[in-house]
Write a new protein. Structure first.
Length: 413
């Protein structure tokens, strides 16, 4: 089946989706969760093929980690679907209601966007998270994953569609594109007749290609060159713990810390402590001249290092003399995802929160919390780094639009 035919099928589901109620959505979601767990062996078997091919094709450890599924991760996916089922339905909310002098009653309500296309790379969990969020928000979804995860994605999509069919829900509300060539992505970027919105989720190259070439409206989800700034007044032990977690807890994710910025007044004391903590996971530290001088574990960095999302056991270090310099460096090198300050100075914390231009800004906490589930949104469809429509972790509310309902009794203009 071509992508265009899938678009037609998705569009045909909207009559059903516009009338489906919360109980039907939740029944479908719980059926999906149960069926995923019951079919974990099938999913792991399909995933093993992708992993083997990925190793043979030289995928990095970080990408292999993103690709890998096991019983624990499948259970986490299923639990995420159940969590979405337990959330309030975002559709049909009355945002405003007022009566005009001419007697017209006007209501503004939330409604589904319609048909959402998602282009993503080697992360099969996105297949399930995106499908669950789109279904609960009343949208139909066309999923186009990368070739690295095609066997895993096919198994997951088949299981979810079967679950929908079993409970009388329209199964074409979830569709997976089987063609993993660039042509299928290009086709989706120009399916204005069938797609209401396109969301890219993956590396910088994929996102750039979709943003620059799509005629379908795009919600841009960004790569994560996330920074942590260690302020002059920081608790050094706290800083070391937070940085170790943010860098090493899971290196393959977009909210992992890739860049450190350290105040020169504290770098000689703080950097050796931080470096020794990172040494536990053999993290390579690349820094400027003052960072190299402050710690023997640091090697010289290039200018490119300060722009790089490594997705690996590598981190950059930039030395600054002031908070203003730290803010300027972060804003000019960040991808707008997540940044943190480690400080005991309340005024500095507040200035950092106001001046850093990213979707999520932290004080004394790990950037790893930028996540739909951690924010209480259920699963997430991505982290939006743009400023129109949605910004930050995108949950159910961010997958809705609005509509006006106007009630009259014969008024004419």
């Amino acid at each position: 089946m071509t992508v265009l035919e899938q678009g037609k099928r998705a569009r045909a589901t909207l009559a059903f989706m516009s009338q489906v109620d919360s109980e039907q959505k939740n029944k479908a979601l719980n059926a999906i969760a149960n069926k995923l767990e019951k079919n974990s062996d099938r999913i792991i078997e399909a995933n093993a093929i992708d992993l083997e091919q990925g190793k043979n094709n030289g995928l990095s450890d970080g990408l292999l980690d993103r690709l890998m599924l096991n019983e624990e991760r499948i259970k986490a996916m299923a639990d995420g679907v159940r969590q979405v089922a337990g959330l309030a339905d975002p559709c049909g909310k009355i945002l405003s209601e007022y009566k005009k002098d001419n007697g017209l009653l006007i209501k503004k309500i939330t409604v589904p966007i319609g048909v959402i296309g998602i282009i993503f790379e080697a992360r099969p969990n996105v297949t399930v998270d995106a499908a669950a969020l789109c279904l609960k928000s009343g949208n139909s979804v066309i999923l186009r994953g990368g070739k690295e995860a095609i066997n895993s994605n096919t198994a997951l999509a088949d299981i979810m569609r079967s679950a929908l069919d079993e409970v009388g829900f329209v199964k074409d509300a979830i569709q997976l594109v089987s063609d993993t060539t660039r042509q299928s992505s290009a086709d989706m970027m120009h399916m204005n007749e069938y797609l209401d919105c396109l969301i890219p989720r993956g590396g910088k190259g994929l996102i750039k290609a979709v943003v620059e070439n799509s005629t379908v409206p795009v919600i841009e989800t960004g790569s994560g060159n996330c920074h942590i700034y260690v302020d002059e007044g920081a608790d050094i032990d706290m800083a070391a713990r937070i940085i170790f977690n943010a860098k090493t807890q899971r290196i393959s994710v977009c909210n992992a810390c890739e860049s450190l910025v350290i105040n020169s007044a504290i770098i000689n004391e703080a950097l050796p402590v931080i470096a020794n903590e990172l040494k536990k996971k053999d993290v390579q530290i690349r820094g400027d001249e003052r960072a190299v001088a402050a710690c023997s574990l640091v090697i010289p960095a290039s200018d490119e290092d300060y722009y790089t999302e490594y997705l690996d056991y590598i981190i950059s270090v930039k030395t600054v003399d002031t908070l203003d310099e730290a803010i300027e460096h972060i804003n000019s090198h960040s991808t707008g995802h997540s940044e943190a300050i480690i400080t005991q100075n309340e005024a500095n914390a507040q200035k950092f929160l106001k001046c850093i231009d990213s979707s999520s800004v932290y004080v004394n906490a790990s950037t790893r919390f930028t996540d739909g589930a951690e924010f209480g949104l259920g699963a997430e469809i991505g982290i939006s780094t743009q400023k129109l429509h949605a910004r930050g972790p995108m949950g159910l509310e961010q997958l809705t639009s609005t509509k006006y309902l106007i009630f009259g009794n014969g008024q004419v203009r």
